[in-house]
Design a binder for this molecule. Structure first.
Ligand SMILES: [Zn+2]
Length: 401
């Protein structure tokens, strides 16, 4: 077990063998959200490096929020697919214009030159102005506008538990190009696969909102969060900008609410744990009790898998799930204590399997979910001192089922 991480790394290296390569992408994003219309607009600069041995003539971006429109491929799949997900029983075709989501990209240039784009709902296909040879980098610039849908799956606005904005897969996101080619799958309601890089993100919105995000906050003093007093900042007028840097991740997610309590708690190895949860008297005690437990969970994973490589991790009360994201998780929060610990353990464990090893979840979901479920079940058994003789019995029951 101690050498699980090493063994997996070895397995990967040998599978992908001699010519392993990985694309790289760095984002600089500035986005402004109008909380009343749930619409946002922004600009994005993307520096993309082709580390593959092939010359690229096209690139692809995901536009995930376009799945939440009547007639979308996701809408059709939900109506017709045999493997319907019970947690996902929404009729997208019946969404009103305000409930729908969208993401539109405009003015996309490559190193200043115009490109030709084909918009196919959740995928944007870009024919390059100049082909990108192996080892070369190029810069894409674009504007985008979007609307946050109601919470359907993973992201959305105004959740049942009252979370205003859960912002996952919200920006034009570079598709991964790997040894299997372009992973430009339309979004029909499954998992994700992304390109590693650095994110510099500025989020502007009404001052009354507290933001929880991937990455490290750069201007805690400006926004009145020396992690203590948001009240002073809230007395300023208008909008404020939250500036984050997330190094070496393959995703950037955030959430915002006017009513978040924000606590920090010391994790192992100088990692700062952050907890954002709704100021709801029914849940506060559980969310306080969760904090020392999260430190113990991280200690367990550090020991059994390998040290968590970032200096921050946030457990965020969001609109759906749990779902794992870079340096944070969004989970629903009105849960019994055992369930709150269970979902936190599971999503935190994903930090190693989805956010360090980063297998292609769209194609091989079992790899990430399998290792995550295995280790988080064992962690829960130890940290909660459950002392079960066979903690994985539930997984076996599921498998037999
Ligand atoms: Zn999972």
């Amino acid at each position: 077990m101690k050498n699980m991480f090493f063994a997996l790394t070895l397995l990967y290296t040998s599978l992908v063998s001699a010519q392993y390569w990985q694309q790289a992408v760095d984002y600089t994003i500035a986005v402004e959200l109008d909380h009343e219309t749930a619409q946002y607009e922004g600009t994005q600069s993307v520096v993309y490096t082709n580390n593959s041995p092939e010359t690229l003539h096209k690139v692809f971006f995901h536009q995930y929020f376009n799945a939440f429109k009547p007639g979308s491929e996701m809408a059709i799949r939900l109506k017709n697919a045999g493997d319907k997900n019970g947690r996902f029983n929404v009729d997208i075709d019946s969404l009103s214009p305000k409930q729908q989501g969208f993401l539109k990209v405009s003015g996309l240039t490559q190193d200043g030159a115009k490109t030709t784009v084909v918009d196919s709902e959740t995928i944007l296909e870009v024919s390059l102005a100049k082909a990108l040879a192996p080892g070369e980098s190029t810069t894409f610039k674009m504007s985008f506008e979007g609307q946050v849908p109601d919470v359907i799956r993973r992201a959305g606005k105004n959740s049942k538990e009252g979370i205003a904005f859960s912002m996952a897969q919200w920006y034009p996101k570079m598709a991964e190009y790997d040894y299997e080619g372009w992973n430009a799958d339309p979004y029909t309601g499954r998992e994700f696969h992304g390109v590693w890089g650095d994110f510099d993100v500025k989020i502007t919105l009404d001052k009354d909102f507290t933001v929880a995000a991937s990455g490290y906050l750069q201007n805690a003093d400006d926004i009145g969060r020396g992690y203590s007093d948001r009240k002073k900042a809230k007395s300023k007028k208008g909008k404020i900008t939250w500036h984050y840097i997330a190094p070496n991740v393959h995703d950037f997610t955030w959430a915002a609410d006017t009513d978040y309590i924000h606590d920090t708690y010391p994790g192992p190895n100088d990692v700062s744990l952050h907890f954002f949860y709704k100021n709801n008297p029914d849940i506060i005690e559980n969310w306080k009790k969760l904090q020392p437990i999260t430190t113990k969970l991280m200690e367990y994973f550090n020991e059994k898998i390998g040290p968590y490589p970032y200096k921050q991790y946030s457990v965020v009360h969001g609109g759906d799930g749990g779902m794992e994201y870079a340096m944070l998780t969004l989970i629903t929060g009105n849960r019994k204590f055992g369930s709150l610990v269970g979902v936190t353990a599971h999503e935190l464990a994903h930090s190693w399997f989805q956010h360090i090893l980063a297998t292609n979840e769209t194609k091989h979901e079992w790899m990430d979910e399998g290792f995550t479920s295995f280790i988080s079940t064992l962690a829960e058994n130890e940290v909660l001192e459950e002392n079960k003789e066979f903690p994985l019995a539930g997984s076996y029951r599921g498998y037999y089922g």
